[in-house]
Each structure stands twice: as structure tokens, then as C-alpha cells.
Design a binder for this molecule. Structure first.
Ligand code: AMP
Ligand code: GLY
Length: 422
């Protein structure tokens, strides 16, 4: 079979590694992929958001199945266009991808169907939003309605910061059209959990829970990033909480989407806050998380391609999905200065024996050498019987990988391990 994976980051590299476990897979094309995928995928220089380009490539190369991984092509309708051209795909269509594409949509969906989430108000007038900020309880969370490269959320601890977020989005147009409408919502407290679930619109199967580490520096300090490391499963997510989430959040969400005429097929990502009043949704993503995928897929004991095809065919209920015991950890090695400014173009040295555990995100191949080419350069993964051991192994491996200006957090999994000891 010939597969195509749309996207270029660590999530896509992790998906490609897992898809290749199926012996029927002959070739995987990555559009555009990255330099670290060599030997596992053929990288094709078509941008993920170039929808006519994706369709042309798929049709002219006899692609049997396509996986569209990033949010922007999904929200732009890449799956609709590929399916229309006769290419079976994994991923939600445009109508369903709006669950991530518009926070106003997702908040209204949750309110309408009684799915627990933070109380909020929606604004499309800046002065009204600013007036609300003056009287709202602090801290307060300001969110751009549309996609904003993961930068559209401000958790403001004082009014000045909240005003800045409103003005940045609505007057300075920091997020373009995405910030023309804002959701201003209640601050929730509690441990955060990510749950990635496969769903064909009727059946939903959660994969292992995970914990992301979004702050750039140790101790959860510093600016917000796309994620500096992950562990799975998340020890805060007990069986009891999982059962509650299934009943109060997951199933109601897919039923609500179906009832709205927007059945969701693909990977639905639930960003949850385990508050003292029970689990609540912070955000939905219409796709696999990055770097959650890097720890969740190694713990999947079933064949990923088979499950993705079942999602496409709406036969997920017939599949047995097996999750492995044990735990996984991923430490992100970034370029010093990320997520602000950083230099790139430095050679990366990875010992041969570690290749299976390294998921490459921001790197390119030049003259046969792998060079850093982004903020998050690579993820170093480990899977072991216990979380403690997985974290230890991931760090042992990290120490053997070298590039100039490399930096990483030293406390990935620390909070999860502390929770386990309680
Ligand atoms: P997002 O960019 O949507 O992933 O949000 C970034 C981060 O903001 C989340 O991972 C949370 O830590 C935080 N966040 C979002 N909404 C809330 C909320 N209502 N209360 C507290 N923290 C929040
Ligand atoms: N790791 C968070 C995300 O993928 O949105």
C-alpha cells in the first residue's frame, strides 16, 4: 500500500513510524515531511496547506490512504478535497474540524449539550470586551476564536495583561481574522490531562491519557510553547475519572457533533482540566496532539493503519483496541531561545542505536547532514514498565544526542511521578 501523511513535525514522524509497523505498507510519502524522516518516508515538497497540491500528488501517485495530521489543512477542508478526488482519508472533514477551528463554535456546542467547560462570554466588539475585563474576576482567560499557531490563549493574572490580550487580538490584529472574535472565560484550576480518542462518529475509543509540559523552562516557568515533553499515561487520570469523562464528555461530544450534522471522524483531542467540581473541557483539537502522539502511539498495541481505516469505513465498533501496560516519556530537545528567537542550521549527532527512539520535528537534510531547522528540533522517547523508568531512559538517551545551542527541560514527568506517590 502507498500511504501519504500530511504535515512536517514530530507528530507526523511518530505517526509514520507507527503506520510502518503494518507489513502491507510499502511506501509512505510525507507532505512536506522533514529531513529526519529519511529511510521511513519519502518527503515531497508540497505544503500541508496547499490543498490542490495534495490532491494532485495523491491522484498522480496512486495513494491508497491519506492521513491529514495538522489543524490548518483539516480546517481548510483537505479531507473533503481528497475524498472528493477518491482518496480515502483519516481526519475530520471541514464541517467537523470547526470543533478546533472556532472556539466560539466549540463553546456554544458545549453549552447547548451540557458538556462541562469553563463559563464564558463571546465578544466581537473590542470596547465591550474591555469593559467586561474591568469587572471580571481574576485570573481570566482570553482566547482568540480561530487558529493562532497555539498562541491565541492568554491566561491573565491582572487586568493589564487581559487588556493587552484583547487589544493585541482585536486592534493590533495579532492573529489576523482569528482574533476578530474572542472568548473570555473563567480560569479553571486542577491537573491538566490530554486524551486522544479515535472516533468514527458513532464509536469512540480513547487511547492512553497523557500529560504535556507547555512552559519552556523547568518548574513550569517561562513562555508557553507547543510542548516541551510528555508522559503517558497521566497518573491523575484514574479509572474512575476516565469513566466519568467517557459518560459526561466524550460520548456527549460525538453525539452533539452528529446531532449538529457534523459527525466527527478522526482523532479527537480532549484537553481536560480535572477541577474540584469534576473534569471540564479546556479545548478540543481536531487532530493528534504534538508531542502527545509521541508517547501515546508507542502504548497502542493494535495496528494503527487498521484502526484508521476502520474510522474511515465507520466500522470502529468491530475493532478490538489494545492498550499496552507500562509507560512512555518524550523529552523535547529545542533550540536555545525557543519559543522566541533562536538560531538554526547546526549539525545534529544522533548515535545509530538511538534512531528508533528519536522523533524529528525541526530539522533538514543538507549535504547528507541533518541540521537543526526549527524551535522544537526533536523528541527523545522511551517506553518502559514504569513511568519512573521511562523518564530515566528518555533522559539517558537525551544526553547522548548533541547539537549546538540545544536545550531541554530537566523535569519532564516530575509532577506525574509526584502524583503517583501520593
Ligand atoms: P491552548 O493554546 O488552547 O492549548 O491553551 C493553552 C493553555 O492555556 C492550556 O493548556 C491551559 O493550560 C491554559 N488554559 C486554557 N483555558 C484555560 C482555563 N479556562 N483555565 C485555566 N487555564 C486555561
Ligand atoms: N500539545 C498540544 C497540542 O497539540 O495542541
Amino acid at each position: 500500500m502507498k500511504l501519504m501523511v500530511v504535515g512536517s513535525g514530530g507528530r507526523e514522524h511518530a505517526l509514520i513510524k507507527k503506520l510502518r509497523e503494518n507489513p502491507a505498507v510499502e511506501t509512505v510519502y510525507a507532505l512536506p515531511g522533514n529531513g529526519g524522516m529519511e529511510g521511513e518516508a519519502v518527503c515531497v515538497p508540497v505544503k500541508a496547506v496547499d490543498i490542490p497540491g495534495l490532491v494532485d500528488f495523491a491522484c498522480s501517485h496512486g495513494i491508497d490512504f491519506a492521513v491529514v495530521a495538522p489543524d490548518d489543512p483539516l480546517v481548510l477542508g483537505a479531507v473533503d478535497a481528497l475524498e472528493e478526488a477518491g482518496i480515502p482519508c483519516f481526519g475530520p472533514d471541514k464541517k467537523a474540524a470547526i470543533i478546533e477551528g472556532s472556539k466560539v463554535f466549540s463553546k456554544e456546542l458545549m453549552q447547548k449539550y451540557g458538556i462541562p467547560t469553563a463559563a464564558c462570554r463571546v465578544f466581537d466588539d473590542m470596547n465591550e470586551a474591555l469593559a467586561y475585563i474591568e469587572e471580571a474576576p481574576l485570573p481570566i482567560v482570553v482566547k482568540a476564536d480561530g487558529l493562532a499557531l497555539g498562541k491565541g490563549v492568554t491566561v491573565a493574572f491582572d487586568r493589564e495583561e487581559a487588556r493587552g490580550a484583547v487589544i493585541g487580538a482585536m486592534q493590533e490584529k495579532r492573529f489576523g481574522k482569528s482574533g476578530e472574535r474572542l472568548v473570555i472565560e473563567e480560569f479553571l484550576e486542577g491537573p491538566e490531562v490530554s486524551v486522544l480518542a479515535l472516533t468514527d462518529g458513532r464509536t469512540l475509543v480513547p487511547l492512553s491519557s497523557s500529560m504535556d509540559h507547555k512552559a519552556a523552562w523547568d518548574g513550569d516557568k517561562g513562555p508557553n510553547t507547543g510542548g516541551m515533553g510528555t508522559v503517558a499515561p497521566n497518573p491523575y487520570y484514574t479509572e474512575e475519572i476516565a469513566a466519568r469523562c467517557m459518560q459526561e464528555i466524550f460520548i456527549p461530544t460525538i453525539r452533539a457533533m452528529a446531532a449538529e450534522g457534523r459527525p466527527f471522524k478522526g482523532c479527537l483531542y480532549f484537553g481536560l482540566m480535572l477541577t474540584k467540581d469534576g473534569p471540564k473541557v479546556i479545548e478540543y483539537n481536531c487532530r493528534f496532539g504534538d508531542p502527545e502522539t509521541q508517547v501515546v502511539l508507542p502504548l497502542l498495541g493494535s495496528d494503527l493503519l487498521t484502526l484508521m481505516q476502520a474510522v474511515h469505513d465507520e466500522t470502529l465498533a468491530e475493532q478490538a483496541v489494545c492498550l499496552k501496560d507500562g509507560a512512555a516519556a518524550c523529552v523535547i530537545m529545542a533550540s536555545q531561545g525557543y519559543p522566541l528567537s533562536y538560531e538554526k542550521g547546526f549539525p545534529i549527532e544522533i548515535p545509530e542505536a538511538l534512531h528508533p527512539y528519536v522523533i524529528v520535528a525541526g530539522a533538514k537534510k543538507e549535504g547528507g547532514k541533518l541540521l537543526t531547522n526549527g524551535g522544537r528540533v526533536l523528541g527523545v522517547c522511551a517506553q518502559e514498565e514504569t513511568l519512573e523508568k521511562a523518564v530515566e531512559t528518555a533522559y539517558q538517551r537525551t544526553e547522548q544526542i548533541h547539537f549546538a545551542n540545544a536545550c531541554y527541560r530537566h523535569d519532564i514527568g516530575k509532577r506525574a511521578l509526584a502524583a503517583k506517590e501520593k
